[in-house]
Design a protein around this ligand. Structure first.
Ligand code: PRT
Ligand code: ZN
Length: 292
C-alpha cells in the first residue's frame, strides 16, 4: 500500500456490497470527487485531501482501530462483532438491519430459553455469545462463513443468528425470528487518536461539518404553499420547525405564501394539518445541503 501522507485523510468504505453505493453517494453528496474505475483498492479525491480505500466490510473496523485509515463507513454490527475500539461519529441513515435469532417454524423453539443445549449457526459468534451469556443460556455456537439460513435444514444447527432486513430470507427457509440481538445501521467511525488529537483532526472536523450538512438536508424537506392570510398564526404554529418560516404576501390580499423547512419524520402529519387550514398548491422539494 502507498506510504501514508500525513496531511491526507484516509477513509475506508465497502468495496462491493450493500453499503458500497450508499457510501459513495454520501461522499459525493459531500462534494467529494473521486474515480471508482474498476474499484481499485484506493482512489484519491481530486478536490479534497482524502484517499478512499475500498475494502471488505469485515476489515474496516480493525483498519480504523489500528489507524491504517482515519475513518470508515461500516455497519454497527461489524463494529460490535469485532469489538473494535473506534469512535462512532455519526449514524448515517442507511444499512438498517437487525441481528436476530430464528428457528424452524415447525419446531418447538419459541423463546431464547428454549435454546439451552442446542446449536446456533451464525457469522456473528462474538455478539451471539455475549447475548446468550446475558440471557443465561448455554448453547453451542456454530460459526460459519455464510448462508446461515440453510443450516437447520442440513441439520448443522437447530437455530440461526443472522442479519435480517425485510425478513424474506427467513421466510423462504421456513424460519421464524424468536429474539433480536441488536439493531444496526451504517456508521461513520473514526480512529480515536486521529479524532482527538492527530495531524488530521482538523480535517476530520471539517469533513463532519460537510457530513452534517448532508444528513440534516436528508432529514428535512423544503415546503412552499399558499394559504388564507387569516390562518397565518395557526400555520406558523404547525410549521415552526428549526427556523421561523418565510411568509410572503401574494397578489390576492387574502392569501399568503409560506416557505419552510419541515422535518421528514413529521412531514405527512404536518401536511394534513396545513391542508385542513386551507393550504393549497403545496410544493415539496428535497434539500441538497443544509448548513446551520
Ligand atoms: O464482501 P463483504 O465482506 O464486504 O460484504 P458482505 O457480503 O459481508 O456484506 P453485505 O454487503 O451483505 O452487507 C454489508 C452490511 O450491510 C452488513 O454488515 C450490514 O451492516 C448491512 N445489511 C443491511 C445487511 C443486510 N441489511 C442484510 N439483509 N447485511 C446482510 N444482509 C443479509 C443477511 O445476512 C441475510 O443473508 O441479507 C439476508 C437477509 O435479508 P432479508 O431482506 O431477506 O431479511
Ligand atoms: Zn463481510
Amino acid at each position: 500500500m502507498k506510504k501514508r501522507d500525513n496531511n491526507r485523510l484516509r477513509i475506508a468504505i465497502q468495496k462491493e456490497g450493500r453499503l458500497s453505493e450508499w457510501s459513495m453517494d454520501l461522499l459525493r453528496n459531500m462534494g467529494l470527487q473521486f474515480d471508482t474505475y474498476k474499484r481499485s483498492l484506493i482512489s484519491c479525491c481530486t478536490n479534497y485531501e482524502m484517499d478512499i480505500l475500498f475494502l471488505r466490510d469485515d476489515d474496516i473496523p480493525e483498519y480504523v482501530q489500528d489507524g491504517v485509515v482515519d475513518l470508515g463507513i461500516v455497519g454497527d454490527n461489524m463494529v460490535q462483532e469485532c469489538n473494535a475500539v473506534v469512535n462512532r461519529l455519526r449514524p448515517l441513515g442507511f444499512g438498517f438491519c437487525e441481528l436476530k435469532i430464528a428457528a424452524p417454524e415447525s419446531g418447538a423453539i419459541r423463546g431464547v430459553k428454549d435454546l439451552d443445549g442446542l446449536r446456533i449457526a451464525t457469522t456473528y459468534p462474538q455478539m451471539l455469545s455475549r447475548f446468550l451469556e446475558k440471557a443465561g443460556v448455554k448453547a453451542a455456537i456454530v460459526p460459519i462463513m455464510g448462508s446461515v439460513e440453510v443450516t437447520p435444514s442440513l441439520d448443522v444447527a437447530d437455530a440461526v443468528c443472522d442479519l435480517v432486513s425485510t425478513g424474506s430470507t427467513l421466510q423462504t427457509h421456513n424460519l421464524v425470528p424468536i429474539a433480536t440481538v441488536m439493531s444496526s445501521e451504517a456508521y461513520l467511525v473514526g480512529n480515536p487518536a486521529c479524532c482527538d488529537d492527530g495531524p488530521v483532526t482538523v480535517k476530520i472536523a471539517q469533513l463532519l461539518a460537510r457530513l452534517d450538512g448532508v444528513l440534516h438536508a436528508r432529514a428535512a424537506k423544503y415546503v412552499m404553499l399558499n394559504a388564507p392570510k387569516v390562518m397565518t398564526a395557526q400555520i406558523q404554529e404547525i410549521i415552526a420547525g428549526r427556523k421561523s418560516p418565510t411568509i410572503v404576501p401574494l397578489a390576492d390580499p387574502n392569501m399568503i405564501a409560506v416557505h419552510a423547512v419541515v422535518e421528514e419524520g413529521m412531514f405527512w402529519e404536518k401536511m394534513e394539518q396545513l391542508k385542513a387550514l386551507g393550504a393549497s398548491d403545496i410544493l415539496v422539494m428535497n434539500i441538497e445541503k443544509m448548513i446551520a
